[in-house]
Design a protein around this ligand. Structure first.
Ligand code: UGA
Length: 434
């Protein structure tokens, strides 16, 4: 099928590459010329495990192309996917739909033949109705349907998740749109459950899922705090809970709080939708407030470890909002660092992938290092904030030699507490007293 994808970010680009790999003819559109030029030169604009190889292969075969011209991409397309950003509105916490609406206006005149316009971006309930109105106004004779096709890819695992979905949710108002999208996703027919629902249900499924996962993380984080105080071990508690298939094993890793470009934005937007429809979502509201408070508390906890050396060096390992990505948007690490900056000007940070993105946010408020060794040299405390494999394999003997005070605050439970203690470290982790 011929597919146009508007937006080449963390959703649009992996989706475009995946659909091309499945045998479709895909054109990705972006307004940012430098991005399109780069992609057309065969260079990727974001880091995703496994993306580069499939990208190169499908560009070389001609199955995947890039352009700044919406018209060129949309003309003759069977499906147009909207994968533009829906950032928080600058004044409210609702999702800002200006990019979605602008894309709908822009593509409308170019629709030819029957086309399904599907929102891949996370959009509030009722956005499909608005998109439909905009296109109808701009092009009264167009033959089209608007669908909701929520995306469940995780950053860092986008390619893996694209080819191994848990479910495909298709939200449509007409059988014709449903059939078109079922045809597009047919290669997954044997792999996972297909859920064909009303457009508004589909839009809600995406928010309800992300908010639930955020709540699950908040829950395990609170339980971890409880375990630290009560003498239980969160790893054992999480395992015991997860063995109940109604609870499930996943997303029970305590840490510094959830972050990223999705959970913080989507929980806020969902809470605002609850207020708008007069159905308050109090669990989500509490999750948001407590997740924010947690990051400040962790900043304080680290500062507390250098109380005796207030000028002491803090070494931060990990800046990305989670391992496997270079993305620092709403990263708990960044918020924790911002809290620490209020008390210390001696912070050195390191991340194997996200240094450039972190620099754009933290500027000259911290020092930047290129290796773990450089980061931790003469440090009074090392803080692990992102779960990179490199940190799991830290050479503790070496670290002990180069640090001024052997203290580790491991907010991702990456290290073996007994080994850290045996190596002479004052070691703190999440969810148990060491
Ligand atoms: C999330 C969802 O998992 C995807 O299904 C969804 O498609 C995506 O948002 C989106 O809406 O686009 P993502 O933001 O890439 O994906 O990241 P996650 O892997 O879900 O992690 C989110 C945050 O929760 C990270 O800060 C991570 O460190 C934290 N987390 C996750 C925990 O602290 N503990 C866990 O057990 C799991």
């Amino acid at each position: 099928m011929k597919i146009a994808i508007i937006g080449t970010g963390y959703v649009g680009l992996p989706t475009g590459v995946g659909l091309a790999e499945l045998g479709n003819n895909v054109v990705c559109v972006d307004k940012i010329e430098s991005k399109i030029n780069k992609l057309n030169r065969g260079e990727l604009t974001l880091y995703e495990d496994g993306l580069a190889e499939l990208f190169r292969k499908n560009v070389a075969s001609g199955a995947l192309r890039f352009t700044t011209e919406t018209g060129e991409a949309v003309r003759d397309a069977d499906v147009v996917m909207l994968a533009v950003g829906t950032p928080p509105h600058p004044l409210t916490k609702e999702a800002d739909l200006k990019y979605i609406y602008a894309a709908a206006e822009e593509l409308a005149p170019f629709l030819t033949g029957y086309t399904v316009v599907a929102t891949k971006s996370t959009v509030p309930v009722g956005t499909g109705d608005e998109v439909e109105k905009i296109i109808r106004q701009k092009n009264p004779t167009a033959d089209f349907d608007v669908a909701s096709l929520p995306e469940f890819l995780r950053e860092g695992f986008a390619i893996h998740d694209f080819f191994n979905p848990d479910r495909i949710v298709i939200g449509t108002e007409t059988p014709r749109a449903r059939e078109t999208l079922l045809k597009l996703y047919r290669p997954f027919a044997e792999k996972c459950e297909f859920l064909c629902v009303k457009r508004r249900s589909s839009e809600t499924i995406k928010y309800a899922s992300n908010a639930f996962l955020a709540m699950k993380i908040h829950y395990i984080n609170e339980m971890a705090d409880f375990c630290e105080k009560s003498g239980a071990d969160i790893r054992e508690v999480a395992k015991g809970m997860g063995l109940d298939s109604r609870i499930g094993k996943k997303f029970l890793n305590p840490g510094p709080g959830y972050g990223g470009s999705c959970f913080p934005k989507d929980t806020n937007a969902m809470a605002e939708m609850g207020k708008k429809y007069g159905a308050r979502l109090t669990l989500i509201e509490t999750t948001i407030a407590e997740n924010d408070a947690r990051k400040a508390r962790i900043g304080q906890r680290v500062i507390e470890t250098i109380r005796e050396h207030p000028e002491g060096k803090i070494a931060v390992l990990g800046l990305a909002f989670k391992g496997g990505t270079d993305d620092c948007r709403e990263s708990p690490a960044i918020d924790i660092i911002k809290e620490m900056i209020r008390h210390s000007r001696n912070i050195t940070v390191y991340d194997p992938k996200a240094l450039a993105n972190a620099k754009a946010i933290l500027n000259n408020t911290v020092n930047y290092a290129e290796t773990v060794e450089e980061t931790c040299k003469d440090a009074d405390v090392a803080v692990i904030l992102t779960e990179w494999e490199e940190f799991r394999r830290l050479d503790l003997e070496r670290l002990k030699q180069i640090m001024r005070s052997p203290k580790i605050v491991d907010m991702r439970n990456m290290l073996n507490a007994e080994e850290a203690a045996a190596a002479g470290f004052d070691y703190q982790c999440v969810g148990r007293k060491v």
